[in-house]
Ligand binder design. Sequence first.
Ligand code: B12
Ligand code: SF4
Ligand code: SF4
Length: 379
Amino acid sequence: MRPQAPTQLFRDLSTRIKRCARDAGFDLCGIAPIHDFAELHVFPAWIADGKHGEMKYMEACDEAGDLKRASLARVAPWARSVIVCAINYNTAHPYSTQTADASRGWISRYAWAREDYHDAVLRRLKQIENELRGLLDATGDSLQLRSYVDTGPLIERVYAKYAGIGWIGKNTCIINQQLGSWLFLGVILTSLVLANDGFTRNDLMEDELMADLPAPDRCGTCTRCITACPTQAIVAPGELDARLCISYLTIEKRGEIPDDLRSGIGRHVFGCDICQDVCPWNRKAPVTSAPEFEPREGLVNPALDWLAEMQQEGFRDLFRGSPVRRAKLSGLRRNAVVAMGNSGDQKFMPTLKRLCDDPDPVVAEHARWAVETLDPPLV
Ligand code: B12
Ligand code: SF4
Ligand code: SF4
């Protein structure tokens, strides 16, 4: 039998890709062109203002000195389309804003999972890659594909918007009208010129297309996320100052957390979900069918003293293959100590006093702050 003619195969390729994405377990898949989108022009000023804080990898430049993440066309000149996939990670557990107990910590919804999302998403992207290679090998066409979760030279949310996955909310998150914003994104850069013809949802009829491109903004007059953010990190609709964001402070920031930001962190020990918890589009967010996003034992509203006193071995065992490793033991203990200081609960005082002499100077310094916060000196 003669191999199928390439043109015939390409005509329905974007539909085939979306079917592959569904088979791989993604909830949404769409295709975006490579383009100089208006949103990308915001990025250089954001970096120049230092809003990325200490996340040096965001500053990476190409040979011409342009920020890599804002110039995909120059960094990957072979790329013609971006396949954007999204998977729901919401599990059936209360939102952080539904728990009033300040003596318990909060590990963000994405991070309590059994498997690190980088691995869970990349595994699925590779499955699509393999199927595509198999499909196109038959035509003898040369094909370039590169899958990324977080680490690619692109701002994923911008491409997700133009692939129709969702709009960029005032909280800067991609929100899908049906699924809400508890979505991980993954992208495949490809040398294929693919039809940008809307996205598919895997729970819809076979190959049904949702053709709103780009996804229309449905925030309207709502400003709940901006008002609810405890550290005023959303400095304008759709613009975050990462240096103020609890997610940055508890995950990315090394060493000391600036004094004036500690109280705003509340009970957060890893990441923050508030601007998504309060979003009306997450009120009825469906629950994921992917078991790997279910929480590890003890990580929903975790006990703060347990985390603050954790040792290297316990940390290694509990967080093997978990995104929480990014904070390292020192960062997680530091965060737990700050949350104990913010709890108003005197039961933590003996532990905190002990931790004032901790061999880790960062933990010790934050413990002294927490003791003073729980029991302010009389003036
Ligand atoms: C660095 C980073 C962070 C940083 C900075 C976040 C930020 N908002 O920039 C920190 C550590 C704070 C962070 C936190 C979180 N992150 Co994060 N993060 C990233 C990462 C690696 C890069 C993001 C980036 O490039 N930021 C640069 C800024 C400038 O881009 P942006 O915020 O997307 O802003 C764009 C638009 O808002 C728009 N825009 C902004 N202002 C304006 C103004 C105008 C006029 C216009 C036209 C456009 C516009 O243009 C911007 C691009 O230039 C991406 C993965 C990736 N490679 O893209 C994940 C990613 C964005 N993070 C993700 C997640 C899940 C989170 C958290 C929910 C985790 C948590 N629970 O703690 C929080 C959410 C906080 C929040 N409200 O954003 C998901 C988001 C999924 C989704 N549904 O949107 C991503 C896509 C990872 C993934 N692969 O799934 N993150
Ligand atoms: S993640 Fe938390 S701190 Fe960051 S912008 Fe959202 S509400 Fe504010
Ligand atoms: S809380 Fe309101 S303003 Fe913020 S992202 Fe959700 S809909 Fe948009």
